[in-house]
Design a protein around this ligand. Structure first.
Ligand code: 5GP
Length: 216
């Protein structure tokens, strides 16, 4: 047995990673792939007043709440950001995000441009904003139909809304055209890796360098 040296862990502040896209551009799949492969990232589970879709699990995909509960949470300043999308209300519970960041864990947000703007105002440098574009309008429509969870009417509305969502692309730090899932997830992992190395997030660096210099 050797006296194994523990891996060098320099303390850092967690980052807030936002993935936004029009519905159907592959954001949920990419979020899942990232979460499954990186134990240092946790998902921010939003609250919503919209009805649960088949296959969705309360507390995993969303916290499904009614309008009165939503109003109460909002009034108590319990939401970091919030927005109305397709007649439904959505919001990010504040407490779990603050706890995760404090513990040096990264938090992933699956929110739209409205929420991203609010987080940008509140979180500033903690925030890394990634926008995912579909390769074409035709492909977006095909993906929405393949999902087959939404009625034709909902698909039509989501297609119309996609143009509005996409018009905010320039408010993001990184833009990914999701033509190939493997390439897109590799790009997101590269972004996370580089952002974690940013000097200003690495709160343990000054102590590390001081000790390093003392050794010289
Ligand atoms: P869906 O109903 O398809 O799950 O989501 C509809 C839209 O609401 C998506 O664009 C999604 O990003 C956005 N959304 C989901 N949760 C939140 C949230 O907590 N805040 C904001 N601002 N948008 C959200």
């Amino acid at each position: 047995m050797t006296d194994a040296t523990p891996p060098l862990a320099i303390a850092r502040r967690g980052l807030m990673l936002v993935l936004s896209s029009p519905s159907g551009a592959g954001k949920s799949t990419l979020s899942r792939m990232l979460l499954d492969s990186d134990p240092d990232i946790t998902m921010s589970v939003s609250v919503t007043t919209r009805p649960m879709r088949p296959g969705e699990v309360d507390g995993v995909h969303y916290h499904f709440i009614d309008k009165a509960q939503y109003a109460e949470l909002k009034a108590a300043d319990g939401l970091l950001e919030y927005a109305n999308v397709f007649d439904n209300s959505y919001g990010t519970p504040r407490a779990p995000v603050e706890a995760a960041l404090k513990a040096g864990r990264d938090v992933l947000f699956d929110i739209d441009w409205q929420g991203t703007q609010q987080l940008h105002e509140k979180a500033g440098k903690d925030l890394v904003r990634v926008f995912i574009l579909p390769p074409s309008g035709k492909e977006l429509e095909a993906r929405l139909h393949r999902r087959a969870q939404d009625s034709d009417e909902v698909v039509r509305r989501r297609m119309a809304a996609a143009s509005n969502e996409i018009s905010h692309w320039a408010e993001y730090d990184y833009i990914i055209v999701n033509d190939d899932l493997e390439e897109s997830i590799a790009a997101i992992r590269a972004i996370v890796k580089a952002e974690r190395l940013k000097r200003e997030r690495r709160t343990g660096l000054s102590v590390f360098v001081r000790e390093l210099q003392a050794d010289l």
